[in-house]
Design a protein around this ligand. Sequence first.
Ligand code: MSP
Length: 674
Amino acid sequence: MTRKFYITTPIYYVNARPHIGHAYTTIACDTIARRQRLLGADTFFLTGTDEHGQKIERAAQAAGKTPQQYADEISAEFRKLWQRMGISNDDYIRTTEERHKKRVQELFRRIRDNGYIYKGTYTGQYCVSDELYVDGAQPGDPCPTCGRITETVHEENYFFKLSVFQDKLLELYANPEFIRPETRRNEVISFVRSGLRDLSISRSTFSWGIPVPDDPRHVIYVWLDALANYITAIGYGSSHAGAQEAFKKYWPADVQMIGKEIVRFHCVYWPAFLMAAGLPVPKAIVAHGWLLFEESKMSKSRGNIVRTETILDVLGADALRYFLLREVVFGQDGSFSFDALVQRYNSDLANGLGNLASRTLTMINRYFKGEVPYPSPSGSKVAADDVIAQTARKAIHEFGILFDQFQFSRALETAWGLIAAVDKYIVENEPWSLGEKHDTESRARLATVLYTSAEALRIATALAHPVIPDATAKIWMQMGLGDIKKLALTDLAWGQLPLGTKLGEVHPVFPRADKSAVERMQQMEDQQRGPAAEESKEPATQAAATPAAVKAQPAAPVTAPNVATDGKITIDDFAKIELRVGVVKVAERVPKADKLLRLEVDIGTEVRQVLAGIAEAYAPETLVGRKVVIVANLAPRKLRGLESNGMIVAASLEGGKPVLASFLEDVPVGARLK
Ligand code: MSP
């Protein structure tokens, strides 16, 4: 029976346009999926977009769009990019699709029916950016993952009995294959050992999500919704026989690839949800590091992203794929720079594989009329030929082992070691000089040298195919071998190049890039960012390399790189104040308090009661419908027995009447002032 192989990327949030950090995860998975197909596995490769939750709702609001419109646009951008890059995914799931919503509700029901869900009240801190409950944090504390200030949530929620899974999870982690690499596994183990609290799995203060079955006032916690994509896409919870079959066939997943910051969700919550639903857990969760640019994690909020399109326009998809997998030690953070990209491209692709292909194939054209020559068994063989054959055999063997352990960089090193060996072999054997001679011995030797070079080229090309699919498909055609997708990698061995094969037309596959390539890419990115980009960068409050993925406790107060002096505050201090645009829904006087008004202000995610000392300046009825600025993360306080949850921002001179801050242009409710 054919072996199956199911691999997933995380699904991408639609609050940010795709950049090469996202492309990194997708490329790694695509490469694995391609190799598995060549190894004969019935492969299913899934990617998609994560479209619900408060973060998306707010981003849409700030862009003046409905969440659905907003999600449609950005999800389409991701999809278009993957298509342009030739990503070989078999499905593309969106969490706003009907098929997903129904099946997530089914999962929720199943977990509830199994007794793992109860109702309770959650009061605590929440990071909207990471959609993460931050246990133990206090109002004003930053999120341990991203450093942004958490928001206080006080809601009646459905809770998942995560705490009862502690032992089962630890048993699961005893299998070293489940979480990779080892460092992440150790972090998860110590996080779970330190004790697990039940997890709130619904929200009721906003509506952009999948309704809880039988209680539509609540929407399902976005991480439960999102994680479920891995099973809903392949048919879980469907009543169709075909979908059920697919689910049975592909689940559990063989590899779930993620970035290190979402380890906790995938290694703790996800297997616990599955266990609670009585479903098998994935075979392996594999976490990669971050792509850094200008020393910190590439991300929209830091304003340091590099768009994939720029690289595709100038060097092509293969260049990016090769660079990322060769340069970054998988599992660790890796730096991206245009200089390094072009250097790698020139040294390994243009001068390496590309040059080997064109010089070998051109010489076969010139000296053997474009037909792969027969190596002469007698007399013309020397030890150097065997060295190449041995190096190729070793490369096939080691590449497979290293690649399947996700050591892409080392695997590629092995294949390129073969290319370097052949380059040296060609230089030493001087086929161009042999070609000038017409005696039988020289012809035989020339045939052997070019055959040996072509066979090594074929093997390096086959190994590299999953990583650089376009160029290798072209080389394969040029070698007269047809469609490379038909290659059976399991059988790859030295000596299979059919003798006498007629070559196809030979063209260079990796033209050399000159210095201007770096400048062009840099310029394209600068244009995209625009002059305002520098100022709009949010502070990078946490060192990029902090493995914050599984921290249970809120981070220690963040030490900002720019320290305040002279009574001034730093930008990080300012970022702690959450100023938001709200609209007044209700305004009334407070009995026996001449200066106070009681307002109900909608700030996009919830309606807040705020007491404001503005009664002498504004009649309550003039305020309803007016947009105001509120300090949204001020600790609640009581005035005249009423709770005030925030503060309205107003200007006033000593003794003068307050004047409410307002805007000349229209601004969406919920927008943040920064
Ligand atoms: N929506 C969640 C995942 C839900 S999965 C059930 C999410 N989305 S994300 O868009 O923020 O990130 C998706 C993937 O892109 C993650 O694996 C993340 O690590 C990866 N990357 C985003 N920026 C990155 C870098 N700068 N470097 C490397 N990978 C990064 O998390």
